[in-house]
Ligand binder design. Sequence first.
Ligand SMILES: [Zn+2]
Ligand SMILES: [Zn+2]
Length: 71
Amino acid sequence: MNTTADPTDATPAAFCDQCGEPADAAGHTACARRRELEPPRYCGQCRRRMVVQVTPRGWTAKCVEDGVRTA
Ligand SMILES: [Zn+2]
Ligand SMILES: [Zn+2]
C-alpha cells in the first residue's frame, strides 16, 4: 500500500455515513439523497455511531475516535 501522505487530500470515507455499510458497496443511492436532508449517523472513517446534535445552523456529529463534523 502506498503510504505517501498528502496533507491536502482528506481521507476518503470508508463507510457510508448514513447506513454504515462499506462506501464501495452498492445501494447507497437512497443514502445520498438522505444525506442532503439528514445529518450522518455513522463515522465514515471507523463506522462508529456518532453523537449527533441538531443546531440552529445545521448539525454537529461527533465521533469519539475522529472528532467532530459539522454541516
Ligand atoms: Zn449507505
Ligand atoms: Zn470515527
